[in-house]
Design a protein around this ligand. Sequence first.
Ligand code: ZN
Length: 153
Amino acid sequence: MKKIASFSVDHNKIGKGMYISRVDGDVITYDVRMKKPNANDYIPYAAAHTIEHLFATFARNSDVQDKVIYVGPMGCRTGFYFLTRDEVSKTEAIKTVLDAMRFISDFSGEIPGTSSEECGNYLEHDLNGAKLIAEDMAGVLENWTEDMLEYKK
Ligand SMILES: [Zn+2]
């Protein structure tokens, strides 16, 4: 089988940030990289799970809600995938993720979708852990611009 595009980027050269990993027709896949790859610091499962619930809830209530395809964690636990239609400008995509990180870092109360009916592992959540990572990521994305979205090969 051929090597897929996302394995062709040298992960040792990637830092925290937001990058375009692929474009398929009118769908853009953004990598929201919250941890530096292979640096012995990964998003713990429970925090990733909470970020997923809050990030997806925010994105699907945002100005671009109808153009969000998917929000979900990377298996390597260094970040999240964020997929949108290309009608969402790159600047809007960055702003949506930045606003989502601020929403998570300020969040208090009950995490959405955390009953056993709504979630496949409803007890495995960590709001405080999620908030710390989101706060860190909001700092990273605060001054992120379109020209920073490209992975350096
Ligand atoms: Zn869940």
